[in-house]
Design a protein around this ligand. Structure first.
Ligand code: FAD
Length: 407
């Protein structure tokens, strides 16, 4: 039986382990953290959303970013402090805007295909992840945003995403708890939500039962191809180095995939694009009944929301080009709280958990799923703002590629 190593136990690494184990491989997953899904897959927006497949690399995003450059509460923020990686990444991001339409369509197609695999894997593994299949509602408060959404809708329709244009009264009928003034919106009935962390940890447990080995608190410091074998150097929790040999390796290391790829002679230009979330703990029955029933997307504020069970309301958003740092800034959390208070004033906001995560984002916003220069090295990484949405289809694709290459 061929033995495959996976670097990273985020949602991408865990779903990859599940698929490879299903295909009959022996699998070992390495992660530097004590538990799976402790980094970007921990407290994201929870949306599995083909309707949010629009890539950000467009002239429009860049112009908005420039307009907001000195606003601390802006949805999109760039720290102007010079760094070669930051500015070269931004230049490539700008260049990728010429492929905005095809990349948006391709991402939406992948997101649609991922729906089926997410439900299939969850059913097969018998896991529960606070899934809600009531669709996603995008709402708009400005004419220009709504006009832009109409253009995006045409692209999404080309990929097969079903979106229904709604009047304000139809929006309030669908989401009676929404209290702010809206001028229109779109509803995508087939999109859904769920807790990426719960999904990843439960799926990891199923993998363990099926014989997958999870080596936690194990940092992969070096990967070498030695003939037909892959040699990994691992630093364990006692800071002891040891080497292990595999038939292949899959790099699913989130924001660290860039450095690993570089050492292997591959180029994957991933930048850590920071975002924040707050999880409101709905402790009383009024808050539970007055929080949104629908998953929402406010495109203008760049905010996504999910109900995760009866007593959790997740609000996530903002994009910050500010290097590899996970500081939770009060001035970035405040707009998320204010958003809840404005749109859902009857929900109490005193108990909440703030979080910051780093989206592993390529300049084109397209993930890298495929082989590297070395014949036994594979990548499944760079899923940016949609890693939860795309995780199951990406795992299936990389599994099929590996099956073709190494058997
Ligand atoms: C605020 C916010 C909101 C978001 N909302 C959504 C959403 O609503 N829907 C959606 O689809 N996506 C969303 N995303 C994006 C999504 O969360 C990410 O794309 C996804 O979690 C990335 O998963 P990953 O497994 O690739 O990376 P990670 O979850 O970061 O996992 C990578 C793992 O690799 C490990 N690792 C790295 N290097 C090494 C090494 N050398 N040795 C050992 N271990 C290593 C790390 O410890 C980590 O556990 C959001 C992101 C943010 C920040």
């Amino acid at each position: 039986m061929k033995h495959i190593a996976i670097v990273g136990a985020g949602v991408t690494g865990v779903t990859t382990a599940f698929v490879l184990s299903r295909l009959g491989y022996q699998v070992t997953v390495f992660d530097k953290n004590r538990y799976p899904a402790m980094e970007t897959s921990f407290a994201n927006g929870g949306q599995l959303s083909a309707s949010n497949a629009e890539v950000w690399s467009s002239v429009r995003t860049i112009l908005r970013g420039l307009r907001w450059i000195f606003r601390k509460d802006a949805p999109f923020l760039v720290n102007l402090w010079p760094s070669w990686h930051k500015y070269s990444w931004l230049a490539e991001f700008l260049g990728s805007s010429r492929n905005y339409e095809e990349n948006t369509i391709q991402t939406a197609e992948l997101a649609i295909r991922s729906r089926e695999y997410t439900f299939k894997f969850a059913a097969e593994a018998g896991i529960e992840f606070d899934c809600s299949s009531s669709g996603i509602l995008h709402f708009y408060q400005s004419r220009s945003e709504l006009e832009h959404a109409k253009k995006v809708s045409k692209l999404l329709a080309m990929a097969g995403v079903e979106r229904q244009l709604l009047t304000p009264s139809e929006i309030y009928e669908l989401e009676p708890n929404l209290k702010s003034k809206v001028i229109g919106g779109y509803y995508t009935p087939d999109d859904f939500t769920g807790d990426a962390h719960k999904f990843s940890t439960s799926l990891a447990n199923t993998c363990i039962q099926k014989g997958v080995n999870f080596k936690m608190q194990s940092y992969v410091s070096d990967i070498n191809q030695d003939g037909p074998k892959i040699d990994l150097n691992i630093i364990d929790m006692e800071e002891v180095n040891h080497r292990e040999e595999f038939d292949a390796v899959v790099v699913a290391a989130g924001i660290e995939s860039r450095a690993i790829a570089q050492a292997l002679g591959d180029r994957i230009n991933i930048y850590p694009v920071k975002g924040y979330s707050i999880t409101l703990h709905l402790m009383d029955s009024i808050s539970q009944s007055k929080a949104p029933r629908m998953s929402l997307l406010d495109d203008e504020a760049k905010i996504v929301t999910s109900r995760l069970g009866a007593d959790r309301f997740r609000i996530a958003g903002t994009a910050e080009i500010n290097g590899n740092n996970l500081d939770i800034r009060a001035d970035r959390i405040k707009p998320l709280l204010q958003w809840a208070e404005t749109n859902f004033p009857d929900v109490r906001t005193e108990f909440f958990t703030p979080w910051a995560g780093l989206r592993p984002m390529t300049p084109s916003m397209m993930p890298r799923i495929g082989p590297g220069r070395n014949s036994r090295v594979f990548y499944n990484t760079g899923h940016g703002h949609l890693g939860w949405t795309l995780s199951c289809i990406s795992a299936q694709i990389i599994g099929d590629i590996i099956h073709l290459h190494i058997d």
